[in-house]
Design a protein around this ligand. Structure first.
Ligand code: TYD
Length: 130
């Protein structure tokens, strides 16, 4: 699978809009874990690493930030800024996040529980495994 922006259903409503995500239906994996990233100081970068097996779906619940994906050959930048779409990140992508706005709130839905052994933290190791 390739990285891609997935647009969520959006139920427009005068009472407030609504979007939803079901495992294996709107995103291509079962959700085993949710991660929140918030209170990111200006200029900070997070998440410079790859996962051997983990797949993710990343949403900007408020504010905005950039996700940079690097497959070892080329880098692509995705700006996330709305709640009704997100970025699907397959396993074995080098990914980092930066350019967080003030009050940015990032939700990451993940396909596996936390496992430190699933991380590749060294870029050269990543290139070798690729
Ligand atoms: P890490 O994934 O390295 O953060 P980032 O991707 O932003 O660089 O996680 C930072 C710390 O949080 C690390 O020490 C492990 C811990 N952590 C958990 O305990 N459970 C989790 O699900 C995650 C994502 C991190």
């Amino acid at each position: 699978m390739k990285p891609k922006i997935i647009n969520l259903n959006k139920i427009n409503d005068q009472r407030g809009n609504l979007s939803f995500i079901e495992s294996d239906k709107h995103i291509p994996f079962k959700i085993k874990r949710s991660i929140l990233i918030y209170d990111v100081p200006g200029g900070q970068e997070r998440g410079g690493h790859a996962y051997k097996k983990l797949q993710e779906f990343i949403i900007a619940l408020s504010g905005s930030f950039d996700v940079v994906l690097d497959d070892g050959l080329k880098k692509r930048n995705f700006t996330l800024s709305r709640s009704y779409y997100g970025l699907y990140v397959p396993k074995m992508m080098w990914r980092s996040m930066n350019n967080f706005s003030t009050n940015a709130l990032c939700l990451i839905l993940a396909s596996k529980p936390y496992d430190d052994k699933d991380y590749i933290r060294d870029y050269n190791d990543y290139l070798k495994e690729r």
